[in-house]
Write a protein that binds this ligand. Structure first.
Ligand SMILES: NC(=O)c1ccno1
Length: 241
């Protein structure tokens, strides 16, 4: 069955890119079903109000719970994970994306303003898993951009969505390390040569060189990833790299 994605937002037009390109083709091929819903459909007043001032004072506005409750009851299949993008969330990583890609689908709640009344996530936990996640340590105006990022990261891991399955398997972060440099024709460009080992045809040497490049780049750019590797992940050859 198709992987089902539903997005609740007050800016449905912002999610238009979900219908294009890679995702669009996957949707056409029945691999992914995407529904974008305007939260204001579930407001109860003539002004279609979705926010109010925060209890306890403080700047900005908070999204009221009632429209979310009605929208989730209408849209969220029972047991489906609810994802709430927020700078205060747990980190969204490749491992999280891989886990979610094995599930039947996802519902995304895009918060605006200072966020959504906490009772929505608390109440929603009664009908399925709820994940409050962050795509990085920065603050966006709303959750919509984060949803575009997460939908792309998850759906490309669904078998058949990305043409070449190998390219997914050898992504950066797939083995906990960053991918090293890539090269293609011409062999010489602006006086810069492609590393000769890559033209040698010696596949064992190429694999060793690539692993070394990956380790070196990870140590240079993301030492935190090296530190997070499970014991034994690096062998003697790795340490020598
Ligand atoms: N960092 C994030 O994931 C985020 C979501 C909404 N605003 O920021």
């Amino acid at each position: 069955a198709a992987f089902r994605v539903d997005v609740l937002t007050i800016f449905p037009e912002y999610l238009a890119p979900l219908g294009q390109s890679l995702l669009g083709k996957a949707a056409q091929r029945g691999l992914v079903d995407i529904g974008v819903h305007d939260l204001r459909q579930w407001t109860g007043d003539v002004h279609r109000t979705v926010d109010d001032s925060p209890y306890g004072g403080g700047p900005g506005m908070v999204m009221r719970p009632e429209p979310w409750g009605r929208a989730l009851e209408a849209v969220r299949p029972p047991g489906t994970r609810l994802v709430v993008p927020t700078p205060a969330g747990r980190p969204f990583t490749q491992a999280v994306a891989a886990q979610w890609a094995t599930e039947p689908g996802l519902v995304f709640a895009c918060g605006r303003y200072e966020g959504i009344d906490q009772r929505v996530a608390d109440w929603a936990a009664g009908s399925g898993p709820v994940s409050e996640v962050s795509i990085g340590d920065y603050v966006l105006a709303g959750g919509e951009s984060a949803v575009l990022v997460m939908v792309e990261a998850v759906t490309r891991l669904i078998p058949g969505v990305v043409g070449n399955a190998d390219s997914v398997e050898f992504d950066s972060h797939a083995d906990g390390l960053l991918e090293g440099p890539s090269y293609t024709r011409p062999a010489s460009w602006q006086g810069l040569e492609v590393p000769p080992v890559l033209l040698s045809g010696d596949h064992a040497a190429i694999a060793r060189w690539r692993r070394g490049q990956s380790l070196r780049r990870t140590a240079d750019r993301r030492p935190d990833l090296l530190a997070a590797l499970p014991d034994g992940a690096l062998d003697a050859a790795d340490r020598a790299a």
